[in-house]
Design a protein around this ligand. Structure first.
Ligand SMILES: Cc1cc2nc3c(=O)[nH]c(=O)nc-3n(C[C@H](O)[C@H](O)[C@H](O)COP(=O)(O)OP(=O)(O)OC[C@H]3O[C@@H](n4cnc5c(N)ncnc54)[C@H](O)[C@@H]3O)c2cc1C
Length: 382
């Protein structure tokens, strides 16, 4: 089977504790959480106790103090192996915490990071709005300075983990410029603030145990010391952090497609048609061999990108390239695997059916694959 070459012994030891945790604390409850459309908040405290959430948090703020992405990738692989997806937790540890670690003042880090590492305060990131998704510079949520506060108004949608969130990193316009990329700022909004409200937990075709929310900000008075990073520089920060977000999506896609191949190999050996195993047909062999070829190429590309990211050298067009390849490959592979399940592949009680609906989003979020192609084309001088 496809092997990654990037892990060391410490990552494999960590893998064992993640596997035990998922099998005990997540897998038995996951079907109920899919029905509920969210995971219980207590799960995050357990993840905090495991040391999972705070891996990237410096030790002086109660975390594991590693700057490596490889532990998060082990987590992602093990979630895929277990057939579960915990989008809120992934957003919190891979997206929100890195913003605070990288941009927070000493006082902000002390204020938020220990609770974020412990899982007592969970974070979401709110960029997308009902009127603008791909065109981030078109954000209309705005904040105006009033004394020691910012008055924040606007609405966001499709926010992963937004129902469970205690803190939301909100992108808002704080000044107007001809260059629309200037004048956006980041604010950490406490969800207990007056004027903050949540809309629906949106009903999705996949990733059903992950809450996805509409959020409303109606003259929320955000304390001035909740501004994260420099005023007006959010676009630059987002562009920087989206590199890792896209790599994470590519990884999730790769590992779920690898799992699809594994379970399909098992299925076609068991299932009989015309008195023989489905695996005996040449079409089945060729389809699955084709999936293996796709996955092997994806793994090589991903390992190369992860190495570059660990060295701090992964560029935006490279991250876009690996996101496009792995997410489109995931959709191809899972579709072929589902076909080999026949009608059972269309039944949600079969893992492959849930993987099919879960996979569709990977070409859309983190910036659609069309937006990734725009970035790649620009790097080609087009
Ligand atoms: C399950 C889920 C979770 C999400 N989680 C979050 C989150 O946590 N935080 C957050 O901020 N957002 C989140 N999003 C939002 C997501 O990032 C956006 O949906 C995505 O960026 C696309 O924006 P849009 O939906 O407004 O589509 P639009 O921007 O309206 O795009 C519509 C179509 O036009 C195409 N298009 C747009 N611009 C171009 C162009 N220049 N060239 C060619 N084609 C183009 C797009 O590719 C797409 O096919 C999430 C979305 C979903 C569905």
């Amino acid at each position: 089977m496809i092997q990654s070459s990037i892990y060391a012994d410490e990552h494999e030891a960590f893998r064992q504790s993640v596997r035990t945790f998922l099998d005990k604390e997540v897998v038995p409850h996951f079907p109920d959480w899919e029905v509920a459309g969210r995971v219980p908040h207590e799960l995050f405290r357990k993840l905090g106790d495991l040391g999972m959430l705070g891996l990237r948090v410096p030790s002086e703020y109660g975390g594991g103090g590693t700057d490596s992405f490889l532990y998060s990738s082990v987590w992602s692989e093990e979630c895929a192996r277990a057939g579960v997806s915990l989008g809120g937790a992934a957003t919190h540890m891979n997206l929100v915490i890195p913003y605070v670690v990288r941009l927070g003042t000493e006082e902000q880090k002390q204020r938020w990071l220990p609770d974020m590492a412990a899982g007592t305060r969970m974070g979401s990131i709110a960029m997308t709005e009902p009127g603008t998704g791909s065109d981030l510079a078109g954000i209309r949520t705005h904040a105006r300075r009033e004394g020691e506060h910012w008055r924040l108004s606007g609405s966001k949608t499709f926010i992963t983990g937004g129902i469970n969130a205690d803190l939301v990193v909100v992108v808002a316009r704080t000044s107007e410029h001809d260059n629309r990329r200037i004048g956006l700022s980041l604010f950490v909004v406490d969800t207990t603030s007056a004027g903050f409200s949540r809309g629906r937990n949106l009903e999705k075709i996949g990733l059903r145990a992950t809450d996805t929310a509409e959020l409303f900000f109606d003259d929320v008075m955000v304390p001035a010391d909740h501004l994260l990073g420099e005023e007006g520089q959010a676009f630059r920060y987002l562009a920087h952090n989206l590199v890792q977000e896209r790599l994470g999506i590519a990884l999730g896609s790769q590992v779920s497609a690898e799992k699809a191949l594994r379970i399909t190999i098992g299925y076609v050996k068991d299932r009989k048609a015309f008195g023989q195993p489905v695996s005996s047909f040449q079409n089945t062999k060729f389809e699955l061999a084709g999936c293996h070829v796709d996955l092997t190429a994806g793994r090589a590309l991903l390992d190369q990108a992860m190495r570059a990211h660990e060295a701090g050298e992964l560029t935006a067009p490279e991250a876009s390239t690996v996101k496009v390849y792995c997410t489109e490959m995931q959709n191809r592979v899972i579709d072929r695997c589902l076909q080999l399940h026949g009608g059972y592949g269309f039944m949600r009680e079969f893992a492959i059916a849930r993987m099919y609906t879960d996979a569709r989003i990977s070409r859309i979020y983190g910036g659609t694959n069309e937006v990734q192609r725009v970035i790649i084309a620009k790097s080609l001088g087009l």
